[in-house]
Design a protein around this ligand. Structure first.
Ligand SMILES: NC(=O)c1ccc[n+]([C@@H]2O[C@H](COP(=O)([O-])OP(=O)(O)OC[C@H]3O[C@@H](n4cnc5c(N)ncnc54)[C@H](OP(=O)(O)O)[C@@H]3O)[C@@H](O)[C@H]2O)c1
Length: 299
C-alpha cells in the first residue's frame, strides 16, 4: 500500500492486566485525550498522527468529549491500513459521576462504545470515586450534587479494580499509594505526568523544575522525557497528552536510555506536593474530592 507510515523501530513495553477472561496487555505509555481548548478535528488528526508514531493506547472519558473523534480516528486508521484491527489498540474510557448509579452504568458504557464505534473497551474506569445527581456531564461537580458511591460495591476498590489512575509526577510521587497498590496487585497509571503544562487545570511547576532541567541537560534529553523515563523506571504506566506531531514522538523516545543513581538522589529530594486540582478548579460550593484523596483516605 502506498504512503504507509514508517513503522516505529521500537516496541512499547506492556504490562499484563489479569482478568477472568485471561488478561490484556496494556502499553505502558498511553495518549491522553483531555484537551483545552477542545477541537474535534484537531483531536482526530492528533490520534491519527499518534497511531503513525506508534501509540497503541488511548485514554478517553465521557467527560472529555473525546470519545467521538477518537472513535472516528480509530476507524479511519483501520480503513487506511495504519493498523489491521481494533484489537491492536488499548482503549480506556471512564464512567462520569452523574452516571455512577446502578441503573445508569450500563447505558453510560453503551453510549461510550457507540461514540467510540467499538464493541468493547479494554479498560473502564470509575472516573472519580464519587457519585452525583444524574444529569448533564460536567466539571466541577457542585457540592450539593455530590453523593457517596455505594460503599458495599466500592468500599475496597482494590479487591476488584485492576488499575488505579491518579496524578503522579516527580513532584508528586505518591510513594505511599504506590506501595499500597503494588501490595494489592493494582497497576497504577500516572495522569498529568508533565503537570499538565499549558492547560487550564495544570501547572508549569513540573516542566520548570530546576532539578529536572539539570538532569535533562546532562542526558541531552528534555524535561518531558526525564519525567516519562522516571515514571517508566518506577514501574508505572502513564498517559501523557500531546497533540503536537514532534512532541508526541519525543514522548516515546524514553526506552533506550536510563537515569543514573545520582539522578535519583536529586529526584528524591524534590519537594512533594499535589499539583491538581488548582485552587481555582475547586468546586465553588465546597471542597473538591479527588480520587487520590479518597483512596488515600481509605488506606
Ligand atoms: N483520571 C483523571 O481524573 C485524569 C485527570 C487528568 C488527566 N487525565 C488523563 O491524563 C492525560 C494526560 O494528562 P494531562 O493532559 O492533564 O497532562 P500532561 O500529559 O502532563 O501534559 C499535557 C500538556 O503538556 C504538553 N506537552 C506534552 N508533551 C510535551 C513535551 N514533550 N514538551 C512540552 N510540552 C508537552 C501538552 O501540550 P501539546 O499538546 O501542545 O504538546 C499539554 O499542554 C489526559 O489527557 C487525560 O487523558 C485523567
Amino acid at each position: 500500500m502506498a504512503n504507509l507510515p514508517q513503522v516505529p523501530t521500537f516496541n512499547i513495553p506492556e504490562v499484563k492486566l489479569s482478568s477472568s477472561s485471561g488478561g490484556r496487555n496494556m502499553p505502558v505509555i498511553g495518549m491522553g485525550t483531555m484537551a483545552d481548548p477542545f477541537d474535534e478535528a484537531v483531536l482526530k488528526e492528533a490520534v491519527l498522527e499518534a497511531i503513525k508514531a506508534g501509540y497503541r493506547h488511548f485514554d478517553t472519558a465521557a467527560l472529555y468529549k473525546s470519545e467521538k473523534p477518537l472513535g472516528e480516528a480509530m476507524a479511519e486508521a483501520i480503513e487506511a491500513g495504519l493498523i489491521k484491527s481494533r484489537d491492536e489498540l488499548f482503549v480506556t474510557s471512564k464512567l462520569w459521576c452523574t452516571d455512577a448509579h446502578h441503573d445508569l452504568v450500563l447505558p453510560a458504557l453503551k453510549n461510550s462504545l457507540r461514540m467510540l464505534q467499538l464493541e468493547y473497551l479494554d479498560l473502564y474506569l470509575i472516573h472519580w470515586p464519587l457519585s452525583a445527581k444524574p444529569g448533564k456531564i460536567g466539571f466541577p461537580v457542585p457540592k450539593d450534587e455530590q453523593l457517596p458511591l455505594d460503599s458495599t460495591q466500592c468500599g475496597q476498590p482494590w479487591k476488584i479494580a485492576r488499575v488505579n489512575q491518579v496524578e503522579i509526577s516527580p513532584l508528586w510521587q505518591q510513594q505511599k499509594l504506590r506501595g499500597f497498590c503494588k501490595s494489592k496487585g493494582v497497576v497504577l497509571t500516572a495522569y498529568s505526568p508533565l503537570g499538565a503544562k499549558g492547560t487550564r487545570w495544570g501547572t508549569d511547576e513540573v516542566m520548570d523544575n530546576e532539578t529536572l532541567k539539570e538532569i535533562a541537560k546532562a542526558h541531552n534529553k528534555t524535561v518531558a522525557q526525564v519525567c516519562l523515563r522516571w515514571a517508566f523506571e518506577q514501574g508505572l504506566t502513564f498517559v501523557v497528552k500531546s497533540f503536537n506531531k514532534e512532541r508526541m514522538r519525543e514522548n516515546l523516545q524514553i526506552f533506550d536510555w536510563e537515569l543514573t543513581s545520582d539522578d535519583y538522589k536529586q529526584i528524591n529530594k524534590i519537594k512533594q506536593h499535589r499539583l491538581m486540582p488548582k485552587p481555582e478548579m475547586v468546586s465553588p460550593n465546597g471542597p473538591f474530592k479527588s480520587p487520590e484523596e479518597l483512596w488515600d483516605g481509605e488506606i
